[in-house]
Write a protein that binds this ligand. Structure first.
Ligand SMILES: Cc1cc2nc3c(=O)[nH]c(=O)nc-3n(C[C@H](O)[C@H](O)[C@H](O)COP(=O)(O)OP(=O)(O)OC[C@H]3O[C@@H](n4cnc5c(N)ncnc54)[C@H](O)[C@@H]3O)c2cc1C
Length: 460
């Protein structure tokens, strides 16, 4: 066993999306790998993030379908939400994927070192009384749900971690933070019948999206009966047997069964020996160069501890990148703005590349062309009874630099969007490619036909 003196080629600290992707790719490239994990391989995304939330969102969609069947001539009604059953379905999905991942790790002969690791030298990670030595080290210790100063998590004040294990549906919920995680829980709980109020300090829900999308998202949430207060800060909360009592800086107060704190995620880097080894931290995040090297010895960092988009697929790509970098393959840099982003609520939001505002900052007000294609003209979207649009942002006479979408299932369309943006396609290139009819995907084709100056089913 490579241990206490015999070095692995790579020691990965943290078995989440970033860490396990680095381990899998490195093993594929013939490296010996130790993967140190304190909890369960798969990390936040598999156990407390992407997968369980999307299972809840799917159950929520079924609840809405049951309520709305009559609209399609299918007379159904929603009897009740059995959270025990919903959680069992969610946990089964997670369990199957977890088993698959463990099998994959084993089959690639990666040694999983169970326990809490600390970086103790340029080549060593200490796990209990075991010193695990590696020629290279990859840090991927991930993130935790942050709170605000003075806002303690406990009882009815919860984060996404507790929200995912609730065995009851709150009758009412206040959600602090209208970003991706807050909006997804708002969507689930509303579909399950709760009264939901979101509080967001910035002027919009999903505030990182193109403003047109954020506004459409707010209209859709309002229509669903989800309340929100924008541009106002939280000031305090108390809780008792009856619920939580939340106050805002503008003097408004709200009561509910629970308060979900969804104000972002902080890096898990404290007390792990990173600074002692000379690694630079900025507000807890690990600073690396563009090749994800920390500047110290052969130590790299991946995933949520590296400043930028905190997304699982970014972690996967960074993990693959670092493994290839270590193996001397000189992989191409990962372009942060080319990473697709999806909010899986009802409606969904999908985007890649830059917003209209950012494009104008980059290329000037006259250097940008924008086109919005309304899903009203798309057959499949009509069949699904969804509303929304696709917004394309193009550098004038140049490539497409942003694709922004809102509507049911648009998250599935972002795959094509990211190919277009990352391959720097011109609208004219995409307009000659054929999209199947009737698909929602076809709406992207139609949008590009319109942007190329030859609209088909568009009133633009
Ligand atoms: C509610 C929610 C929903 C989300 N939905 C999505 C989504 O739909 N799509 C998406 O792309 N992203 C989503 N994310 C974000 C995604 O989960 C993260 O971006 C991703 O998990 C980051 O991967 P990571 O490897 O950096 O860290 P993590 O997944 O956090 O993994 C870090 C791992 O390191 C381990 N660890 C930490 N410290 C130590 C130590 N000292 N010793 C040993 N092990 C240690 C932890 O136990 C953990 O397993 C969601 C997140 C949340 C919270």
């Amino acid at each position: 066993m490579a241990d206490n003196g015999t070095a692995f080629d790579i020691v990965v600290l943290g078995g989440g999306s970033g860490g396990y992707a680095a381990a899998l790719r490195a093993a594929e490239l013939g490296k010996t790998v130790a993967l140190v994990e304190a909890d369960k391989v798969g990390g936040t995304c598999l156990h407390r993030g992407c997968i369980p939330t999307k299972a809840l969102l799917h159950a929520a969609e079924l609840a809405d379908n049951a309520r709305e069947g009559a609209h399609f001539g299918v007379h159904t009604h929603l009897e009740r939400i059995d959270m025990g059953g919903v959680n069992q379905y969610k946990d089964n999905v997670v369990g199957r994927l977890y088993k698959g991942l463990q099998g994959l790790i084993k089959s690639r002969k990666i040694e999983v070192v169970e326990g809490y690791g600390k970086l103790t030298g340029p080549n060593t990670v200490q796990v209990g009384d075991r010193t695990v030595t590696g020629e290279h080290i990859v840090l991927g210790t991930g993130s935790y749900a942050r709170s605000l100063p003075g806002l303690d998590i406990g009882g009815r004040v919860i984060t996404s971690d507790q929200a995912l294990t609730l065995d009851w549906v709150p009758r009412s919920a206040i959600i602090l933070g209208g970003g991706v995680i807050g909006s997804e829980f708002a969507s689930v709980w509303r579909s399950f019948g709760a009264d939901v109020t979101i509080i967001e300090a910035l002027p919009h829900l999903v505030p990182n999206e193109d403003e047109a999308v954020s506004k459409a998202f707010e209209r859709a949430f309002r229509k669903r009966g989800i309340a929100f207060n924008l541009g106002v800060r939280f000031s305090g909360v108390t809780q008792d047997d009856n619920g939580v009592h939340v106050s805002l800086e503008d003097g408004k107060t709200f009561d509910a069964d629970v308060l979900l704190v969804a104000v972002g995620r902080g890096p898990n880097t404290g007390g792990l020996g990173y600074e002692e080894q000379g690694i630079t931290l900025d507000r807890g995040f690990v600073i690396t160069d563009e090749r994800l090297h920390t500047g110290v010895a052969n130590i790299y960092a991946v995933g949520d501890i590296v400043p930028g988009l905190q997304l699982a697929h970014r972690g996967f790509q960074q993990g693959i990148f670092v493994a290839e970098q270590i193996a001397g393959l000189n992989p191409p840099l990962i372009e942060e703005s080319g990473i697709p982003r999806v909010t899986y609520s009802d409606p969904e939001v999908g985007s890649v590349g830059v917003t209209e505002r950012r494009a104008k900052e980059l290329y000037g007000d006259d250097g940008v062309e924008v086109l919005e294609y309304n899903l009203g003209g798309n057959g499949k979207s009509q069949i699904l009874a969804t509303q929304g649009f696709i917004k394309l942002v193009r550098k004038k006479d140049g490539p497409v630099v942003g694709v922004h979408m809102i509507g049911a299932r648009v998250g599935e369309l972002i795959g094509e969007g990211q190919l277009i943006v990352n391959w720097e396609a011109y609208p004219e290139d995409v307009a000659q490619l054929v999209h199947a009819h009737p698909t929602q995907n076809e709406a992207l084709g139609e949008a590009f036909l319109a942007l190329a100056g030859k609209p088909l089913h568009a009133h633009n």
